[in-house]
Design a protein around this ligand. Sequence first.
Ligand SMILES: NC(=O)C1=CN([C@@H]2O[C@H](COP(=O)(O)OP(=O)(O)OC[C@H]3O[C@@H](n4cnc5c(N)ncnc54)[C@H](OP(=O)(O)O)[C@@H]3O)[C@@H](O)[C@H]2O)C=CC1
Ligand SMILES: O=C(O)C1=N[C@H](C(=O)O)C[C@H](O)C1
Length: 233
Amino acid sequence: MNIALFGYGKMGKMIEQIALKRGHKIVAKIDLDTPHLDSKNIDVAIDFSIPTAAFDNISTCLTNGIPVISGTTGWLDRYDEAMELCKTQQGAFIYASNFSLGVNIFFELNAYLANMMKNLEQYEVSMEEIHHTQKLDAPSGTAISLAEDIIQRSSYESWNEEKTGEQVIPITSLREAEVPGTHTVKYQSQVDSISIKHRAHNREGFALGAVIAAEWILGKKGVFSMKDVLNLG
Ligand SMILES: NC(=O)C1=CN([C@@H]2O[C@H](COP(=O)(O)OP(=O)(O)OC[C@H]3O[C@@H](n4cnc5c(N)ncnc54)[C@H](OP(=O)(O)O)[C@@H]3O)[C@@H](O)[C@H]2O)C=CC1
Ligand SMILES: O=C(O)C1=N[C@H](C(=O)O)C[C@H](O)C1
């Protein structure tokens, strides 16, 4: 499979290593210095760039008939537009706030726990995410996905960086050198607390998941999620 990488930073480089090991070729590396795309020999594109560039990168791929996987976070105000474009172009597109198998299992656990807790008013939920200091967005895309999954299943109505109301899930974002990504969901009552936690040890899980998604999407049309790829739940 011929892969174009949008973004050749920490994730782009890790994806390259894993893609080569799985027998794929990297035929283009697109970033600020090399913005041009020759779409002729590209089977699939993988975007791990920056929040302000992700939508344009996805849009370039879809209008050129290239299936696209995006892991960039912090651009979701334009997600519906990307979905529409994918439909009108009859393209193929996957966005995931987190491509690792472990976090996708954690998403399922979070949803299961949210269902169990939804009528237990003595518990209040909160969330913490820890990432490296170069991260541009906060809260992390993964924390936002976790919060939205709880909101769908409970009387919580929104999330915020602080506890601004009864029905608000507070998300604390901490930045510490070199942390690849740690997420904790905590339910606390007067008498006890229950936590679930996922800690990435490195970026390999994210990168492997993105390459697996790229392999999976070949030949398909539509907007998909990592749940479709992994067949979980
Ligand atoms: N979904 C998931 O599983 C994961 C998502 N992420 C997300 O992926 C994104 C990238 O993370 P990471 O690799 O750590 O970040 P890095 O900062 O290491 O890399 C981002 C890269 O994007 C490049 N870039 C800047 N502008 C453009 C552009 N217009 N088009 C293409 N590339 C551009 C940057 O180039 P330059 O340095 O020259 O500016 C840099 O090389 C983040 O949004 C992060 O949150 C990260 C890990 C897992
Ligand atoms: O920026 C990162 O590094 C990460 N970003 C993603 C997010 O915002 O959730 C996924 C992972 O936690 C690493």
